[in-house]
Design a protein around this ligand. Sequence first.
Ligand code: FAD
Ligand code: FES
Length: 258
Amino acid sequence: VILKENLKIVSQEQIAPRIFEMKMTGEMVSDMNVPGQFLNMKVPDASKVLRRPISIAEIDKENNTCSIIYRVEGGGTAILSTLQAGDEVDVMGPQGNGFDISMVKAGDHVLVIGGGIGVPPLYQLGKELKELGAEITFLFGYANWDVIIYEKLFQGLGQVFISTDDGSYGVHGHVGHLLDALEFEPTAVFSCGAPGMLKAVNERFKEHPHAYISLESRMACGMGACYACVVPKIENPETSNLRVCEDGPVFKTGSVVL
Ligand code: FAD
Ligand code: FES
């Protein structure tokens, strides 16, 4: 069941250039039980008909809040960024399958790989992996130092390695360099980020039994009805597709054509 609700904004804060963190509260929070799902946000503007999909970055059951972290890309996210505490926002969700962490056990060493604005959903994922007792290595790639988000918070969950495209922080280059230097065999791999990065992860962990990539695609309905968001399946790519909004956004490595 996909719910629709006017969530109340608890806070909205700019945390980096063009990047905002919005915390919301509402009954829907009690249905948010899997990391890596997304919310389909209605932009309060008559000209913006399509909802904007944004990943859930954190779920706080105790305070009945959830948060999203998003970058202002175009007109829709620009309008969302003007909303303030006390305002309401029309949200459908929680949508999508999310990351399957059912196989993770205490003591497992898991790998979490993120890039840029793909990092936010990995925060809730990291919190849940830590609660399960897993040891976590995070590899994050960013454009430059000033768009790095939640570094201290991630350091509280595990070991964090960062690369930047311009060398302004951490290792100079893309996250693939961090991946090349990996010295352990992860029991599970979870990743979200730009297509190039996901391709590299997909390739490297093609045969891994528990490796997952979270994809982005342009969506229209965002609830499985229109097939605007499909990716070809690895078997019979000409004739069979999977919907990113409903069958994903998380897929096993080696299951879709990137
Ligand atoms: P415009 O370019 O004006 O948008 C025009 C249309 O294109 C809109 O319908 C918009 O939804 C669509 N669109 C534009 N860019 C994208 C994109 N990259 N992916 C999908 N649709 C797009 N961004 C974040 O900053 N943080 C997140 O946590 C996040 N999670 C996402 C999770 C999923 C499953 C998907 C599919 C996308 C996610 N995005 C996230 C990307 C976000 O949806 C777009 O940046 C946003 O829709 C842009 O809207 P706009 O009106 O500002 O831009
Ligand atoms: Fe309509 Fe995915 S956006 S099926």
